[in-house]
Design a protein around this ligand. Sequence first.
Ligand SMILES: *[C@@H]1O[C@H](CO)[C@@H](O)[C@H](O)[C@H]1NC(C)=O
Ligand SMILES: *[C@@H]1O[C@H](CO)[C@@H](O)[C@H](O)[C@H]1NC(C)=O
Ligand SMILES: *[C@@H]1O[C@H](CO)[C@@H](O)[C@H](O)[C@H]1NC(C)=O
Ligand SMILES: [Ca+2]
Ligand SMILES: [Ca+2]
Length: 358
Amino acid sequence: MSRLLILVFSVFILTKFDICTASFFDIQYPDVFFTAEQGGNVTIRAGPNGGDIIMIPQGNGTVFIGQTDMLKLFQIVNSLPPVWSEKSPHGTLGTFLGGKSVSLSVSAQDPENGKVTYEKVSGALPPGIHLDKNTGAITGRIPDVDATYEFGIRVTDSHGKYADQIFSIDTRERDQCLSTPCLHGGTCSDDIDDFVCACAKPYGGKTCNINCGSMPVGIDLNNKKIPDAQMSCHYCYGDSAGIDGRLHAPQGWVGQNTNSWLQVDLGKEMELHAVANQGYTSSSYYILTYTIKYSVDGNQFYDVKNGTTVMDFSGSSNVNSVVKHTFLTPFRARFVKFIPKTFHSKPGMRVELYGCDV
Ligand SMILES: *[C@@H]1O[C@H](CO)[C@@H](O)[C@H](O)[C@H]1NC(C)=O
Ligand SMILES: *[C@@H]1O[C@H](CO)[C@@H](O)[C@H](O)[C@H]1NC(C)=O
Ligand SMILES: *[C@@H]1O[C@H](CO)[C@@H](O)[C@H](O)[C@H]1NC(C)=O
Ligand SMILES: [Ca+2]
Ligand SMILES: [Ca+2]
């Protein structure tokens, strides 16, 4: 404290002082001069022998200068910033494997024991990881990538005093192939949070668990997955319609000649491995040979071939027997056309395809 302190008060303080001198503050030194001067300024000056001027608020009182609560102001001025806990592992918070749920925390204490809040002020937390502003808890699911995330956290006390600290989290991509998820000789490739199997033919499905050569797409009336609206035909005989071409249908689809065809829209692109057919039931209309065209977009059709030759598929004179053929090379298609080549009397047939989703 200075020995000679001159305080200049506002009119507000002057008024307070006049009304309640004793309870507001004491002037505890002899020879203290208190003067009101022109213009409303007040000067309190310690005596010639020097001395301090001390203002002591009573009870829960405070000292105001203008609108400013001096006790609060001094609390703010004197408030020390929070201190990061020694227990906090400064720097890296650890190395974690992708997919792991973590519950970490950072912490700091305010010397005045006040409440503190935490806020990320620089860098980036790993995606999916969250900082709780009230507790400093860092929680979430570690992303499946190899990376180092560095970020600055600011801890702030109730007086706005703060301290920053840099932290980091290392993440490691998990190898989802370690559990050898691909069956039947499939080859596994690790991916982000996932794996991809390259299946050995004729297997398919996420884990090569499906034998695509014996997985019906669902044209078969007994296992109907393809809607009626996705079955059509061209140059159909009589009132024969596309839906009559389902395997195990009561009769069967009948075309007029080799310009006729039966078409199935699978609704989505699939990888096809095999085909089966039957003849027409109630007369001796049956296919001896047929060819298959396929398309992804419904416009550009390709022949199913054996090498460079268009492949002929055989039917049976026993109209109800199911004749199944496995394609030499599986192909991807959404639209499949069955085209009669040779037949008995009229080309009658019922079909099913076998394959997997892609
Ligand atoms: C009162 O204080 C103001 C601000 O410090 C100053 O400008 C002014 O001259 C003072 N008036 C007198 C009469 O001293
Ligand atoms: C004064 O402060 C004390 C302690 O903080 C509290 O218990 C008391 O109620 C206060 N009195 C008034 C009149 O505000
Ligand atoms: C494919 O063509 C080859 C050579 O012409 C022949 O030997 C083979 O039997 C054909 N395969 C089928 C399934 O028709
Ligand atoms: Ca503080
Ligand atoms: Ca991975």
